[in-house]
Ligand binder design. Structure first.
Ligand code: ZN
Length: 102
């Protein structure tokens, strides 16, 4: 188990320490999350997305309680799409996401 503490850079395949934040070889860096367009997100960005999705869901569900079911259904459909594109930000795999500019 001597190599258990290393990972491979997903961009250049260099061997890195498992907790490395940056690849010294190609400059790729580990980020907290990623937008649907592939832009890196910091911890604040990931937190914002989680809060936004949670609030949106609560408001959508409250629409049913206020007997505005059509609005609630519309909001739930939109929420499903937003959740789908952000599923890896909401439920990270623990490996982190790697991002290399350009
Ligand atoms: Zn690399």
């Amino acid at each position: 188990m001597t190599d258990a503490a290393t990972i491979e850079c997903p961009f250049c395949a260099s061997t890195l320490k498992a907790h490395a934040k940056v690849c010294a070889h190609c400059g790729a860096r580990r980020v907290a999350g990623m937008t649907a367009k592939g832009q890196p997100l910091g911890r604040g960005g990931v937190f914002f997305i989680r809060m936004f999705l949670t609030l949106w869901l609560l408001i959508a569900l409250s629409m049913f309680a206020m007997e505005s079911a059509p609005v609630g259904i519309g909001m739930l459909v939109l929420w499903s799409l937003m959740f789908f594109f952000n599923r890896r930000n909401v439920f990270p795999d623990g490996q982190g996401r790697w991002y290399r500019p350009n």
